[in-house]
Design a protein around this ligand. Structure first.
Ligand SMILES: [Zn+2]
Length: 169
């Protein structure tokens, strides 16, 4: 496993539609292991393969709990099949360091994809997990959260501080 450098804007790979994974071979398992390690070292909530320079439809998510082990998710070829409700969130992105934006996300999402063993996976999510799924699935479609800003004044420059409650996805 290895921590990979995280691509930041305006790297063109972040704007490409990533390709579907056809076979979950060793190279995909290694990619997932590297993505998990990179996400952990960046203290983020989620990471999509294009952010580590690989244009494939793979995402990892790690939802923090107080005093508990994080909930870890890995989805291959994920798709949102249903979105319900709307809520305002303050969102950051590891590929856009130093900024937080206020955007709208769904209250609940249903997502399908496949897991690391190649089995079909269905998830129903709300809260931070729903937000992270929408954010990461946007990434594999070449979309960034700043594309959802209603106006530029909804984007705020922030100083990186370790105690900050704002999360980067
Ligand atoms: Zn992001």
């Amino acid at each position: 496993m290895a921590v990979k450098p995280i691509r930041t804007v305006p790297d063109p790979i972040l704007r490409q539609k990533a390709k579907r994974v056809k076979t979950i071979d060793n190279s995909i398992q290694k990619l997932i292991a590297d993505m998990r390690e990179t996400l952990m070292s960046a203290n983020g909530v989620g990471l999509a393969a294009p952010q580590v320079g690989v244009s494939l439809r793979v995402i990892v998510i790690s939802i923090p709990h107080q005093d508990q082990k994080n909930d870890e998710y890995c989805l291959i070829n994920p798709e949102i099949v249903r979105r319900t409700g709307e809520r305002a969130v303050r969102e950051g992105c590891l590929s856009i360091p130093g900024y937080i934006g206020e955007i709208k996300r769904s209250e609940q999402v249903r997502v399908k994809g496949i897991d690391t063993a190649g089995k079909e996976l269905k998830l129903r999510a709300e809260g931070l997990l729903a937000e992270a799924l929408e954010h990461e699935i946007d990434h594999i479609n070449g979309v960034l959260y700043v594309d959802h800003l209603e106006s530029q004044d909804k984007l705020q420059k922030v100083e990186p501080e370790p105690e900050s409650k704002d999360v980067s996805i």
